[in-house]
Ligand binder design. Structure first.
Ligand code: ATP
Ligand code: MG
Length: 377
C-alpha cells in the first residue's frame, strides 16, 4: 500500500525528493513537508506544506501523525522531538544519528572514536581555548559553529593570532569547535545509501570545487588515482557501518597532499554533490533515498555518463527578483529551484552536463558560463 511521506525541510533537496516520489505512486501517495518559508521549493512541485520552524515541536508532531514515514532534507530538525514521535511514524535516518551528525563536535568525536580519519579538532568555549588550539594547530585554523551551519556560513578561517578575537566575537556565543586547516589537494565526496534491510550502496567518488566555502562545481568521477578512489570508497563504506538508520548520506572528504583521506563532514541526507546523478546514473540519489527508507532494493549506482554539475548562485551585491538563465542544448540540463528572491551565494539552481569525457564537459561549461548567470529582473 502506498504511504504518506513526511519531510523536515522543503528546500531544493526536498523538491527533488518530492519529484522522485511522484515517479513512485505505488509506494508514495503524498508528500508533506515542514518548512518555515511559505511556497517552499518542494511545495511548488506538489508537496503539501506545514509552514513552521524546523524545530517546532507541535508541527513535528503533526507531521508524524499525518505521515507513515518521516525523513529530512536538512539536518536542523529537533532530534529529541523526532525521537519522541518515533512511535507515531517510521523515522529515517534514526534521530540518534541526526543528533550526532547535526553537532560537528559530536560528529567528529564519534568518527575519530571509531577510527575514521578526521582533521585534528577541539571543542572551544573561550577565547583562551581558541588561542591554545592555535598553538597546537598553527595558522590558519578553521573556527566552526557546532550546529546549524550550511554553505560555509558557520565557518571562520583564522589567519593570524589577533584575528582570533574577531572570529570568537563573530559567532556571538554559539557553541564552537576549531580544526587544523587542511592543505588539501582536492575535495571529494561519496553519496552512499543504506536501506532498512541493511543493504549498502555507494556512488562513485566525485570531485568538488568550492568557492568562498560554497560548493560551485562537481566533477563525476573524481580525477584521482585508483588508489585514492579505493581508499575514499573504503572510508565511505566504513562510515556507513557506524551510523544507524536508512537513507542517503553525503560523505565529504579531503584528499591531502600525500594522497591521504580525511573526512570533512557527513550529511545525513541527499547532498548537493549528488545532483549529477539526476542525469548521470540510472538511479538518482533522490530516488535512492526513497528506495532506502521504503525498504526497497537499492538501485544501480553506476555512472552511465561522466558529468559536471555547476551550481547557479545568486550574484554578489544583489538581492531581489531575478531572471533565470536560459539554457538549451543536448546533454545540458538546467534545474531551477523556484526561489523567488536571489541573495548573494544563494543556491538558485544547478546545471548538469553529461557526456563521455570530463575534459569536454568542462570545456562545454566554460562556453556556457555567460549564459548561466542570473540577472536582476
Ligand atoms: P556545506 O553545507 O557547504 O557542506 P558547511 O557549512 O557545513 O558546508 P564545511 O563543510 O564544514 O561547512 O566547510 C565548508 C568548506 O570549507 C569545505 O568544503 C572546505 O572547502 C572548507 N573547509 C572546512 N573545514 C576545513 C578545514 N579543516 N581545512 C580546510 N578547509 C576546510
Ligand atoms: Mg560541507
Amino acid at each position: 500500500m502506498a504511504r504518506v511521506l513526511g519531510m523536515i525541510g522543503g528546500g531544493q533537496l526536498g523538491m527533488m525528493i518530492a519529484e522522485a516520489a511522484k515517479t513512485m505512486p505505488e509506494h508514495i501517495s503524498e508528500v508533506v513537508v515542514l518548512d518555515p518559508t511559505a511556497k517552499c521549493p518542494a511545495s511548488q512541485v506538489g508537496a503539501r506544506q506545514i509552514v513552521a520552524d524546523f524545530k517546532d515541536k507541535d508541527a513535528i508532531m503533526q507531521l508524524a501523525r499525518e505521515c507513515d514515514i518521516v525523513t529530512y532534507e536538512i539536518e536542523s530538525g529537533d532530534a529529541d522531538v523526532l525521537e519522541s514521535v518515533s512511535n507515531m511514524a517510521e523515522i529515517n535516518p534514526l534521530p540518534e544519528t541526526l543528533r550526532v551528525i547535526q553537532d560537528k563536535l559530536l560528529q567528529k568525536t564519534f568518527l575519530s572514536e571509531h577510527g575514521l580519519p578526521v582533521p585534528e579538532f577541539a571543542g572551544v568555549d573561550t577565547l583562551a581555548d581558541i588561542k591554545k588550539s592555535l598553538q597546537n594547530f598553527g595558522l590558519p585554523a578553521m573556527l566552526k559553529a557546532r550546529r546549524d551551519a550550511y554553505d560555509g556560513r558557520g565557518n571562520f578561517a583564522i589567519e593570524s593570532e589577533p584575528q582570533a578575537a574577531e572570529a570568537f566575537e563573530y559567532f556571538n556565543g554559539r557553541p564552537l569547535l576549531i580544526e587544523r586547516h587542511v592543505q588539501f589537494k582536492m575535495e571529494v565526496s561519496v553519496i552512499a545509501a543504506r536501506n532498512t534491510a541493511g543493504q549498502i550502496a555507494t556512488y562513485p567518488l566525485v570531485e568538488n570545487i568550492h568557492e568562498k566555502n560554497i560548493l560551485r562545481q562537481t566533477i563525476a568521477p573524481a580525477r584521482v588515482s585508483d588508489g585514492v578512489t579505493k581508499k575514499a570508497q573504503r572510508i565511505a563504506e566504513e562510515t556507513m557501518e557506524i551510523f544507524k538508520g536508512a537513507g542517503v548520506f553525503g560523505i565529504e572528504m579531503f584528499v591531502t597532499k600525500d594522497d591521504g583521506i580525511l573526512i570533512n563532514e557527513i550529511a545525513p541526507r541527499v547532498h548537493n554533490s549528488g545532483h549529477h546523478t539526476l542525469q548521470s546514473s540510472s538511479t538518482s540519489q533522490f530516488e535512492q533515498h526513497l528506495r532506502a527508507i521504503l525498504g526497497l532494493e537499492l538501485g544501480s549506482t553506476k555512472l552511465v555518463h561522466n558529468a559536471v554539475m555547476y551550481n547557479i548562485l545568486g550574484p554578489d551585491g544583489f538581492e531581489g527578483r531575478y531572471l533565470p538563465p536560459d539554457i538549451h542544448g543536448s546533454d545540458v540540463y538546467l534545474k531551477m529551484y523556484g526561489k523567488e528572491i536571489s541573495k548573494p551565494a544563494r543556491k538558485l539552481g544547478h546545471l548538469n552536463i553529461v557526456g563521455n569525457r570530463s575534459a569536454d564537459l568542462l570545456q562545454r561549461l566554460d562556453g556556457l558560463l555567460d549564459d548561466v548567470a542570473v540577472h536582476p529582473a
